[in-house]
Design a protein around this ligand. Structure first.
Ligand SMILES: CSCCC(=O)/C(O)=C/O
Ligand SMILES: [Fe+2]
Length: 200
């Protein structure tokens, strides 16, 4: 019997479908039974992920290569805790409002952990738990939100192509070109899949 090897990224990036409960947003909100989502499945939604060496991010060649390949010229840090984040309560509330951006949201967790929730093609919530060493890219136009988990702390590197634009567009903002292009990318991928199946 062949062995199924675990994806090493899953030590630091894990995803699952959420339940419908209104309980504390910082709880895991697994369905019963649990329904995990593979990182390959996330990639089908345009969500990329890596496992990197968070203790050595200043000298990490792998991070350097990703930044060069994807043009991530801008970098800063966002520490989410009452002592470090101005207007903490308001920001926490805003992060958890469902929104999209007109550019990628790129976050590399160098300490702590947090949940990035995103919508799948059928509008169901997938919770993506990013821990120290996990880096994710959410594509422009995907509806998502962020919350701390019950450990209440994350320090994330924020990357961007050029001058950063952090503007969140709260749902609904379906008329924005970034949203239309995101939806269009699915339609094209489905069309390509149909063509491959027809040729097989
Ligand atoms: C951990 S970074 C704070 C969350 C954030 O910047 C954002 O845009 C969430 O969608
Ligand atoms: Fe966001």
């Amino acid at each position: 019997m062949g062995s199924i090897e675990k994806d090493p990224r899953e030590d630091v990036v894990q995803a699952w479908y959420m339940d419908d409960s209104d309980e504390d947003q910082r709880l895991p909100h697994h369905r019963e039974p649990k329904e995990f989502v593979s990182l390959d499945k996330l990639a089908e939604l345009g969500v990329l992920s890596w496992r990197l060496d968070a203790d050595n991010y200043e000298t990490d060649e792998e991070l350097k290569k990703i930044r060069e390949a994807r043009g991530y010229s801008y970098m800063d840090f966002c520490e989410v805790c009452p002592e470090k984040l101005p207007n903490y309560e308001e920001k926490i509330k805003n992060f958890f409002e469902e929104h999209l951006h007109t550019d990628e949201e790129i976050r590399y967790c160098v300490a702590g952990s947090g949940y990035f929730d995103l919508r799948d093609r059928n509008d169901a919530w997938i919770r993506v738990w990013v821990k120290k060493g996990g880096m994710i890219v959410l594509p422009a136009g995907i509806y998502h939100r962020f919350t701390l988990d019950s450990d209440n702390y994350i320090k994330a590197m924020r990357l961007f192509v050029g001058d950063p634009i952090w503007t969140p567009y709260n749902r609904p903002h379906d008329h924005l070109p970034a949203r239309k292009e995101y939806i269009e990318s699915f339609i094209q991928a489905e069309g390509a899949g149909r063509a491959v199946n027809a040729a097989a």
